[in-house]
Design a protein around this ligand. Structure first.
Ligand SMILES: *[C@@H]1O[C@H](CO)[C@@H](O)[C@H](O)[C@H]1NC(C)=O
Length: 160
């Protein structure tokens, strides 16, 4: 004999269903960036999960570490953390850019008042990049590509 309907769909399971429904339509981390006046392409695809706390502290986890090519080569560790405010990411950890031949951590990303450019604070220097460079979400690449032949040949050597 079939169980009465109200026993199958108890208030608890209804809440659970509602919860599952709402989380599957929740905003993505890319939506959160654009809602905060920052371009979605700041993060490559392959975001596995993220947490954003009320004070703006966030954690983003990728399914693997990523390289993405902008005018600079950028490396994303598997897990990045920082603090998000409108038009600004500070206390950033886990994103590096290749400057000349070394990798340097990006500490802060700030949108300019006219929304046309982003200032990247990398160590002691601040670099301006047009926002348009980060308009599209880049693929997460496992390898640095041609501009990082040194690292690739190193990994080839270690595989031999
Ligand atoms: C900066 O980030 C670290 C984790 O990388 C965290 O422990 C610390 O509380 C943060 N500081 C501020 C001022 O948000």
């Amino acid at each position: 004999m079939a169980a009465p309907f109200h026993r199958i769909l108890s208030p608890f399971s209804l809440l659970l269903l509602l919860f599952l429904f709402s989380t599957s339509f929740a905003s993505t981390v890319y939506d959160i960036l654009t809602e905060n006046g920052l371009p979605q392409g700041l993060l490559p695809d392959a975001v596995k999960e993220y947490s954003l706390f009320p004070d703006g502290e966030f954690v983003v986890e990728f399914s693997k570490p990523c390289y993405a090519k902008f005018s600079l080569l950028v490396y994303y560790e598997k897990k990045i953390t920082g603090k998000l405010e409108y038009g600004r990411i500070s206390n950033l950890s886990g994103i590096q850019v290749k400057k000349f031949f070394i990798w340097v951590g990006v500490d802060e990303i700030v949108a300019s008042a006219d929304d046309r450019s982003l200032d990247f604070t990398v160590g002691f220097i601040t670099e301006k990049h047009p926002v348009s460079e980060f308009a599209e979400i880049r693929p997460c690449k496992s390898k640095a590509g041609t501009s990082c032949r040194g690292a690739e040949s190193l990994s080839l050597i270690s595989e031999v």
